[in-house]
Design a protein around this ligand. Structure first.
Ligand code: ZN
Length: 138
């Protein structure tokens, strides 16, 4: 793995939220103290996505570290609209079901992306907290 890809991984590892390629290029430039062009960041990200180490989030046009780098299954992303946090879950039944549906339609699947938008548990909890529980919020 090239140093740039290593740096990309390290940087994404420290992030809880998905980042766009331009944002990633900027942060990487700051880290490495030299300018990293967005195109170079994109190339590195594409490689890491191909390897299954990084996931691309279509609905945000952004990248996040893959929670399950060891298997090349489809992931289901739960994307919080409030805090932008992304949780990755695996459901093999859903993957099989979709694969069968596509096959029945005579469709060859290249890539499946399942992204579910909504609100995460901690945002829901924060919203439902009574005012007296304010000091428990982050
Ligand atoms: Zn949230």
């Amino acid at each position: 793995m090239t140093p740039l890809r290593r740096e990309l991984l390290d940087m994404l590892e420290s992030q809880q939220k998905p980042l766009g390629a331009y944002n990633i290029a900027e942060r990487l430039s700051a880290r490495l103290k030299r300018r990293i062009a967005p195109a170079a960041a994109y190339r590195g990200l594409d490689f890491l996505v191909e390897m299954g180490l990084v996931a691309r989030l279509e609905c945000r046009n952004a990248f996040i570290l893959s929670a399950f780098p060891d298997c090349l299954h489809d992931c289901i992303f739960l994307v919080c609209k409030t805090c932008d946090r992304v949780e990755e879950i695996v459901d093999h039944d859903v993957a099989t079901l979709l694969e069968d549906d596509a096959k029945n339609a005579g469709f060859i699947t290249e890539r499946r992306v399942i992204e579910i938008l909504g609100q995460c548990k901690s945002c829901l909890t924060a919203e439902n907290d009574p005012p007296s529980a304010m000091n428990h919020r982050q």
